[in-house]
Design a protein around this ligand. Structure first.
Ligand code: ADP
Length: 459
């Protein structure tokens, strides 16, 4: 705005100064017409003094010029005869040249050679742009001098006023734009400030809090993403804390048992020492088995750790069945195999499926039939199942057994950590699937149900 205003001011100022000069040159022309009765050639317009024709002396010629060549606004004129200011314009002018004798002396001196003089003077009546036109009549000794001048400052005052107004308007506009910009930027950034405040508050307190999502813009999309992230963090931290609590609880019992027996052992009684040693080693084995399974569970819970590749489900079924059927005391049968290629982590699926087979063998009567199979449940989901003739899961325990350390009482004295089914469920979830259970007092059917492709498209 400053550059635009400044440039426009300078252009306007130049135009005004040119207009003043044009008017002064026109005054020479007018004087010439008055005195000689005809205009001069363009080239000598400002160069030569008008030559009188119809006048007999300079005085009358000067009178005639002053009477005809009238000053406009912010302009003044004077007639000087033989170096002395003699005539002033008949009109009432804004300023009077006769008020500054020093200026008049100067123009008289400047025009002593009889030439027209255009110049600028800083006089006591103002900053003047003037033209001095000698009027010489042949045959007359007296010398006339017609001087007309513009007050440059007064001429420029008009545009100065306009540009002062412009400067004020520009300044006001800038302040206005600044205020509006400040307000709009504040409004745009407010949700981000809220987001920052809410996010830092949440970190400082607990992760269950969520940031309110308002509107439907980029910031609300960011807020929703942050909320999602908080949700995942919350779940993962809660899971870790639960695991820690469960592990502490589960390890406490064997540690108490070990400590109790060691405290009570009679070091002098060899039999007691031997029996306690066996018991303690057994408990410690159980603890190390538990620790291994906790490690397995932690690994299975991270879907990123899966090593998916294209697996022929029929081949996989055959392999797992041959491993499972090595578990003694049961009649094993492979009932069906799905002919499909699935993108799964074959190692993890084998581990989970074998866990189901192991449970079936563990919890069903010796010699009973255990069937296994894989089948295409829908176009894009495959199921790996195990069916036994065991006692089934008591009502109300169907969900509990999938939790960590979830066991149906320590019935029939069967040893177990209660982590097996939790690992199976974690592996199924990591594949984007589930574990299903159909159970009755006549037997149970556990199945791992997973999509055949990671993105869920049918094959
Ligand atoms: P664990 O076998 O180490 O106790 P699991 O998580 O594998 O732990 O099983 C949890 C509980 O589910 C077991 O304690 C058992 O009571 C019950 N269960 C699992 N599989 C079967 C099955 N095939 N038949 C009957 N009960 C089962």
């Amino acid at each position: 705005m400053t550059v635009a205003g400044g440039t426009a001011y300078l252009v306007q100022r130049d135009r005004v100064l040119h207009a003043i000069d044009d008017h002064l040159h026109a005054a020479v022309e007018s004087a010439r017409v008055v005195v000689t009765g005809s205009g001069g050639a363009e080239s000598d317009r400002a160069a030569a003094a008008p030559e009188t024709a119809g006048f007999t002396d300079a005085r009358t010629a000067l009178e005639a010029v002053l009477a005809r060549v009238l000053p406009g606004p912010r302009q003044s004129a004077i007639g000087i005869l033989d170096g002395a200011p003699t005539y002033v314009s008949a009109l009432d002018t804004d300023f009077h040249l006769e008020d500054d004798p020093a200026f008049l002396d100067r123009v008289v001196a400047e025009t002593a050679d009889g030439s027209v003089r255009l110049g600028t003077a800083q006089s006591s009546v103002g900053n003047l742009r003037y033209i001095a036109i000698p009027i010489i009549v042949q045959g007359s000794d007296s010398r006339g001098l017609f001087v007309t001048a513009y007050d440059v400052d007064a001429e420029l005052a008009v545009i100065t006023t306009a540009f002062t107004t412009y400067a004020w308007v520009a300044l006001t506009s800038l302040v206005g734009i600044g205020l509006v910009g400040w307000y709009v930027a504040g409004r745009l950034l407010r949700p981000i400030r809220h987001l920052t405040a809410a996010a830092s508050h949440i970190t400082a307190t607990d992760l269950s809090e969520r940031i309110p999502v308002a509107g439907n813009d980029d910031v609300s999309a960011l807020t929703a993403t942050v909320n999602d992230m908080l949700g995942r963090l919350d779940t993962s931290i809660t899971t870790q804390q639960q695991l820690l609590t469960d592990v502490r609880h589960e390890l406490k019992t064997p540690l108490t048992i070990v400590r109790g027996h060691l405290e009570l052992v009679d070091a002098t009684d060899a039999d007691d020492v031997r029996a306690t040693r066996a018991l303690v080693i057994d408990e410690l084995d159980r603890m190390s088995g538990l620790v291994d399974e906790i490690g397995l569970l932690a690994d299975s819970q991270t879907s990123g750790a899966l090593q998916r590749r294209e697996v022929d489900v029929a081949d996989l079924s055959e392999q797992v069945f041959s491993k499972a059927s090595a578990i003694s005391n049961h009649d094993w049968r492979l009932a069906e195999t799905a002919t499909v290629v699935a993108s799964v982590d074959a190692g993890r699926i084998t581990q989970a499926w074998l866990q189901l087979a192991d449970n079936a063998a563990k919890y069903s009567p010796a010699g009973s039939l255990i069937q296994m199979g894989s089948r295409l449940r829908t176009a894009n989901r495959v199921e790996f199942w195990v069916l036994d003739e065991g006692p089934g899961i008591p009502e109300g325990m169907e969900e509990r057994i999938f939790e960590r350390f979830g066991r149906v009482d320590a019935r029939r004295g069967i040893q177990g950590s209660g982590l097996g089914l939790a690992i199976v469920a974690a592996i199924a979830q990591a594949h984007g699937g589930t574990v299903t259970l159909q159970t009755s007092p006549g037997g149970s059917r556990f199945a791992i149900d997973v999509p055949t492709a990671q993105d869920g498209t049918p094959r």
